[in-house]
Ligand binder design. Structure first.
Ligand SMILES: Cc1ncc(C[n+]2csc(CCOP(=O)(O)OP(=O)(O)O)c2C)c(N)n1
Ligand SMILES: [Mg+2]
Length: 737
């Protein structure tokens, strides 16, 4: 275990003298205002603590000890111009950017009028769209990748200003996404010292350095992550030392309890970023006088001597002393200022305590876009028959061909689309393409082949091998109005991105009460039946994602559906997980002619692959052709007519189609490739049992993979995944029951 703690080399020592003279460009009025904001921030914390003890609010997270660095950042940067991804200790920053105390108390009481979340999020989870303070979640550090994506979006729009416009004719998400950007904008993101241990922090630092992005990373180092001290958290005890090797960065290490030194550091950092030289890293040493939260008592792990030492550096008292010493205010002036603040807070608390909560019936509002409904008829268009050369049939295209064609068509139509992921570019070393030395790769399955060559590497590019960063950056870009269509190379490796998908991508619209949205498309190669794919190239697991509110999940089984549904995914206003079965990419089953550049299929509409009267099979993905094979055999041999429903879209799913079919056949079999237990079929079976019980002539049955992993040896793989013979047997048994 690391036990060394590096003492920072700072201009300020505790209660010591400043090295420099003057106020680093701040006027005396600004310094008084800075003190007012710092004092106000501390007093809001004190008020909230009282309210929590009186059970009038339900949680409290203080920004105590972090006031100076927050106010300094707020003074150096511009609200509504720059972008902000603060964390829960940034109360003073938010006040400096223009958030009102009343708004903070509204979040505390969970009021309908809370502009951050309408009572959905804990206090200190900031979200103020007009100030460009972007909604924050509770997982430590997951916002850092969004900040990188946000900065990338700003730069993209400044290089492609036409993309920011909304074409009058575009009937898609763009109608509801006003884009604003500045050529010299900066994105601020903050985190605690403990949070710098999260992998996503390092992924974000790497991406920002690679892209020379204008992001200011601010580590507010109070020496503790709850009870874990910095020397146990950070090797060598200094995050500054660990990150010092990142190229393209401007570094600052400051006493974050000193507003003037902090302001100067942010000024330099912002200047560096605005000039396009790269990102900046501000390491601010602060204190944490109020324990981690109201649920924590730091006396259990910090002796009085240590706490008293910290108290000497309290930024509020230090700044007050400074104002007195510099004769900016006298005792009377300080008293007057404090009285004014107290009066303002009293009014704000009184008003907030009268505020009403949201109505319970609103709890599902804004899980999805209130403006664009991808299940609607607007997304129901017909394929245009391709004209072929005389005497020839139009070429039947594979799923891979039509996904590639759809991406190409949509990129032509919408300049906000960017594609990135692992290996998706044709060739990162563009000169090889220009010199025609190489043909280009375009994805391990070649689904994005040719897109970089056609649209340039601003729009199609390789990402580092970091799945959380792929989804996290995309989320940040999409909140700014871009439409990232990213690729996760194999479903088996989606798990590093799970936090981003579950706690960020799917929650942003809901938790910000429609203040922000992030309609990203995540394309994922999924599934087995590969003979040799084994445990880490064959996974399914779609039900883990259909279990997430706020996320659309699509799983096509053939070329035409893949094209129509991918277009809907891209044009809609919700995050979509688009699952592409690897085995179906180039299968002869389900090929189709090119359906034209506007072909769309609404979400939640199943397709009857084969009509029948004797039993219903509900399935999707690669089980569709296998079920068809089994059903045709059963009909040939026994005359049983099976109706096969291909769900195509798993969330939302087409309950009406299932109900209509089962009401007709009175028998239901759900077939899916994932492991049987707790799988997607369980929900459908439960609903059929619940809502169609009277219609059933037989128990609802399921065919799925065995509850194990997919093995490498093909004989074992066959035994594990559902085969046509398993489906045949299950259909026969069900028909006979
Ligand atoms: C991913 C994740 N793990 C654990 C937690 C619980 N948690 C909340 S705050 C915190 C400590 C954070 O410490 P630091 O980053 O130093 O910030 P500070 O609170 O000291 O300002 C922990 C462990 C969390 N919110 N998210
Ligand atoms: Mg800390």
């Amino acid at each position: 275990m690391a036990t060394t703690k590096t003492e920072p080399k700072l201009a300020f020592v505790a209660n010591g003298k400043q090295k420099f003279k003057g106020y680093e460009g701040l006027t005396r009025e600004q310094l008084i205002q800075a003190y007012r904001l710092m004092y106000m921030s501390r007093r809001i914390d004190d008020r909230e603590i009282l309210l929590k003890r009186q059970q009038k609010i339900f949680f409290q997270m203080s920004g105590a000890g972090h006031e100076a660095v927050g106010v300094a950042a707020g003074l150096a940067l511009k609200a509504g111009y720059d972008w902000f991804y603060p964390y829960y200790r940034d109360r003073a920053l938010c006040l400096a950017l223009g958030v009102e105390p009343y708004q903070m108390f509204l979040q505390g009481v969970g009021a309908a009028d809370d502009p951050s979340s309408g009572g959905r999020q804990m206090p200190s989870h900031w979200s103020y769209p007009s100030l460009h303070i972007v909604t924050q979640s509770s997982p430590t550090g997951s916002q850092i990748l969004h900040a990188v994506g946000c900065a990338e979006a700003g730069r993209y729009f400044s290089r492609h200003p036409k993309a920011a416009e909304t074409p009058a004719s575009s009937a898609d998400y763009r109608q509801f996404k006003e884009v604003s950007f500045r050529n010299d904008e900066v994105t601020y993101v903050s985190l605690g010292d403990g949070t710098s241990s999260e992998g996503e922090f390092w992924e974000a630092m790497n991406a920002a350095a690679l892209g020379k992005l204008p992001v200011i990373f601010c580590v507010e180092d109070n020496g503790y992550a709850i009870s874990v001290p910095v020397e146990v958290q950070t090797a060598g005890g200094s995050i500054s030392r660990l990150v010092s090797g990142f190229p393209n960065f401007h570094f600052e290490e400051i006493d974050g309890t000193d507003p003037i030194a902090s302001f100067a550091a942010f000024q330099r950092a912002a200047k560096y970023c605005r000039q396009g030289l790269g990102p900046a890293f501000v390491h601010a040493h602060v204190i944490r006088p109020y324990s981690h939260s109201l649920s924590d008592d730091e006396r259990l792990y910090r002796p009085d001597s240590e706490r008293e030492r910290d108290a000497q550096r309290d930024p509020v008292t230090r700044t007050q002393m400074y104002l007195l010493r510099e004769r900016m205010l006298d005792d009377k002036g300080i008293n007057q200022l404090e009285k004014e603040v107290e009066a303002e807070l009293q009014t704000a608390v009184d008003r907030a305590l009268e505020a009403l909560p949201s109505a319970p019936e609103t709890v599902t509002n804004y899980l999805y876009s209130p403006n664009v409904d991808p299940t609607s008829a607007a997304f129901d268009t017909q394929p245009i028959a391709e004209t072929a050369a005389e005497g020839k049939k139009p070429a039947a295209k594979t799923m891979a061909d039509l996904i590639n064609a759809t991406l190409r068509d949509e990129m032509k139509r919408d300049e906000r689309i960017v594609i990135f992921g692992e290996d998706v570019a044709d060739c990162s070393r563009e000169e090889y393409l220009k010199q025609k030395l190489v043909k280009g790769k375009g994805g391990v399955f070649k689904l994005t082949f040719g897109l970089q060559c056609e649209f340039g590497n601003d729009r199609v590019f390789n990402s580092p091998l970091a799945e959380a960063a792929i989804v996290g950056r995309a989320t940040g870009m999409a909140t700014r109005g871009l439409k990232p269509v990213v690729e996760i190379q194999f479903f088996d490796y989606i798990w590093p991105a799970m936090m981003q998908i579950r706690d960020e991508l799917s929650t942003i619209r809901w938790r910000s009460n429609n203040g922000f949205s992030c309609p990203v498309v995540v394309r994922v190669a999924i599934g087995g039946y590969l003979t040799g794919g084994a445990i880490y190239h064959s996974q399914c697991g779609e039900s883990i994602f259909t279990h997430i509110p706020g996320l659309r999940v699509v799983f096509p089984s053939n070329s035409l559906d893949a094209a129509g549904l991918l277009r809907t995914a891209i044009r809609c206003d919700d995050p979509v997980l688009f699952l592409e079965h690897k085995r179906l990419y180039r299968e002869s089953y389900g090929r189709a002619g090119y359906p034209g550049p506007d072909y769309m299929i609404p979400f939640g509409k199943a397709k009857i692959v084969q009509p029948g009267t004797d039993l219903t099979v509900i399935t999707y993905g690669a089980v569709v052709p296998r079920a068809l094979q089994a059903a045709q055999k059963l009909e040939r041999e026994q005359g049983v007519k099976v109706e096969i429903i291909d769900l195509r879209c798993l969330n939302p799913f087409d309950w009406e189609a299932i109900a209509a079919s089962v009401s007709k056949t009175n028998r239901a079999l759900i077939a899916y490739e994932d492991t049987l237990s707790w799988g997607y079929g369980a929900e459908i079976a439960a609903r059929i049992a619940d809502q169609l019980f009277d219609q059933l002539d037989a128990p609802v049955s399921r065919v799925a993979a065995k509850d194990t992993f997919v093995a490498y040896q093909p004989i074992l793989e066959d035994a594990i995944l559902p085969q046509p013979s398993d489906l045949y047997r299950a259909m026969k048994d069900l028909a006979r029951y």
